[in-house]
Design a protein around this ligand. Sequence first.
Ligand code: 1GP
Length: 248
Amino acid sequence: GKTESALNAAIEKRGALFAVLLDPDTSDDTALLKAGSMAAENGADLLLVGGSFMGNFKLPDQVAALKKEVSLPVVLFPGGASQVVPGFDAVLFITLVSGRNPNYLIDEQVRGGVLIRSLGMEAIPTAYELINSGKPTAVEYISNTSPIPADKPKLSMVHSIAAELMGMRYVYLEAGSGAELPVPVEHIAYTRKATQMKIITGGGIREPETAHARVAAGAQIIVTGTLWEKVKDPVLLQEFAASIHVKG
Ligand code: 1GP
C-alpha cells in the first residue's frame, strides 16, 4: 500500500522514524489537531491514533481536520474492531501474537476486517508482542493475556519468526502505554537478527537516549504517547527526532 511504501522509504532515508501516539478520547474538539500539528512541526514522521478504548463519536471529523493540516501519515492503532472509523491513511492490522486469547488472535480481525475492506482503508499487517514492563499495564489487563517476560528475549524472537512466516511485515514490541520500563533492547535485537520485519517499539519511553538505544538495537519506529500529555515541549520533540533520525 501507499502508506506502507512511504514509511519504508522514509525508514530507508532516515534510519528510523519518530511516531507520536495521539489520544483519540478527547472531549476538546481541537486537542487532536493541536497535539498532532505540534508533533508534525517538531520532527515527528508519523502520527498514530489509538488506545484501549475509544468513545469519541467526533473522531472522524477530528482526523479529517488533522489530515487537512499536516502532511504526515495518520495511522489508526486500534485496540479492537469497534475502533475502525474512516479518515485514516492506513490501519495497523494487529494480531496480539504474544497472547493466547483467541479474541485478539482472530475474532477482532474478522469483525474489523470487513469494516476496513468496506472503507477501502490500507491495512499494514502487524504482529503485536506485549513485553513485561514492571507493573501490569492496561493492555495486559484488557487483553487478558500474559506479557512475554522481560528477561526472555528469545521468546519475542520466536514469536516474531512465526509472525513473519505468517506474512506480517511489521512487528510492534510493546511495553504498554505509560509503562514503568520500556522494552529491553535485547528483545529488539533478537527480532532484528531473526527477521526482516520493520520493528515498532513503544511504551514507557521518556528520554531521547532511551529512544536512541532502541534504534541502535534495530527498531525502525519509536512511539511515544503518554509523555506528551504532560509535557508540551517543542524542544524535547526535536531532541527525540534527532536521537531517532540516525541517518539525518
Ligand atoms: C503505547 O507504545 C505506546 O501503545 C506508547 O506508550 O504512552 O508509554 O509512550 P507511552
